[in-house]
Design a protein around this ligand. Sequence first.
Ligand code: HEM
Length: 513
Amino acid sequence: MMTTIILDFQKYFIFIFLCFFSLLCYTLFFRKPKDFPLPPSPPSLPIIGHLHIFLSVPIHRSFHKLSSKYGSVLYLRIFNCPIVLVSSASVAYEIFRAHDVNISSRGFPPTEASLFAGSFSFISAPNGDYWKFMKKVIVTNLLGPQALKRSQSVRADELDRFYNNLFEKAVKKETVEIFEEAMKLTNDSICKLIMGRCCPEEKGVVERVKGLVTELDVLSKTVLLENLLPSWVQKLVLSLFKKKMEVLSNSFNELLEKTLVEHERKQGKHHHGKDLMDVLLAACGDENAAYKITRNHIKSFCVDLLFAGTTTPAIPIEWILAEIIKSPKTLERLRGELDSVVGTKRLIQETDLPNLPYLQAVVKEGLRLHPPEPIFERFSQEGFKVGGFYVPEKTSLMVNAYAVMRDPNYWVDPDEFKPERFLEEEERKEQALKYIAFGSGRRGCPGENLSHIFIGTAIGVMVQGFEWRFKEEKVNMEETIVGLSLTMAHPLKLTPIARTPNPLILNLKSRGL
Ligand code: HEM
């Protein structure tokens, strides 16, 4: 009897031991990330879920509030479509370091026939052959360091024009709307860089592009929202703004087709260097190209670049000047640096930028506090684990760059304008992980270097060449969102007073560009 009990006990013990062992093995080696919980979800409304939050203005602040209350990774939904919102520097770092390939698409193009965000778009293209081909084209011919070196003289001319406009206003004692002037600088420069050879003849092209890009900015939020909706609601929303999108797309199409024809007509004739359109046309006709692009690809690519590269770098120029005017200490230090490095006899040029560390720090700090694209979107191909939670496959991922760059766990005095924070070498290295004004990873912004040139030289010119007067008691820093961009709610209007009686530009002609 006793022996039977001992044998039974041994059997039970072995059985229980095997159960524990299997569970341990399963937990350690076979447990799928799916077993992690979904991120927490704030209260939602019946049927529409969290749609009302996406419609609130300004959306980055609503998201920021939500994450402060419920956590840095949140699970939201619009109807039945899942969206994961990321709002902290540590989670953003984990995602871009460990899952970059998995999240290197932006979801599906919503408006098939449109030149913007349609099926030929680079920005919304999946991470495949087309995207890789165009990325190489853009880096080699427009935005990479060598390409930027080759196009220096184009930007130098536009910077002269920018300075001259301000100088004329100073002479006439006129008020300047800073964003308007900045937008003229970036828009004219981008147009010349993309389709340069045809811009001087085609008077009015750059002005038309500016108008179309402004309209596109306003429509962009609808496009993003539509992308997040279930297909039956997408169709409904599309029917509401389809006409507007079509008109806009057709206007771009007409303008770009004319410019392409002009390029083809002038091919082989005397011209000074190739612009991006020449390169794209050559690729279009190249039977052996790594990817066979069409005319629609070229036009859509140009729309993407005009959309991404015109308003976005113009917005921070206004914000940063506002911050400088609010802070006399910053203005004094910046002017001191410019006067000692550039001097008072010639105007700053882009080759001075590497020697102006404080100016660079001011630009970065301005972009940290006021990222023109406060939220950007990615899409998970496969499910993955982040911050202890599970993000399912085919889920939209929204990164709140505004919240990440004001994360109090990673930034000292996160809401203060302190350019000095970017000067210390150690700090700078560490911040590379939490500074995401230009996104991160393979789908990060390819226009970062060009943007630093635009913003650095524009701010340099405005501080070096002018004193600025304003009528109000103090600068109003209230924010608003236009389309998807974070802009000043009250446009900055200032009167320039030239710091020298003669334009600095006259001394520039010796620069030999
Ligand atoms: C201050 C100026 C700018 C800011 C703050 C900015 C910011 C961004 C951000 C946040 C993204 C998404 C990145 C991601 O998903 O990780 C992006 C993408 C992009 N930007 Fe910029 N951008 C600026 C200027 C420019 C300029 C001047 C150009 C080109 C002329 C440009 C072209 C693009 C393109 C083509 C993409 C899509 C890249 C892809 O999907 O592979 N951007 N930008």
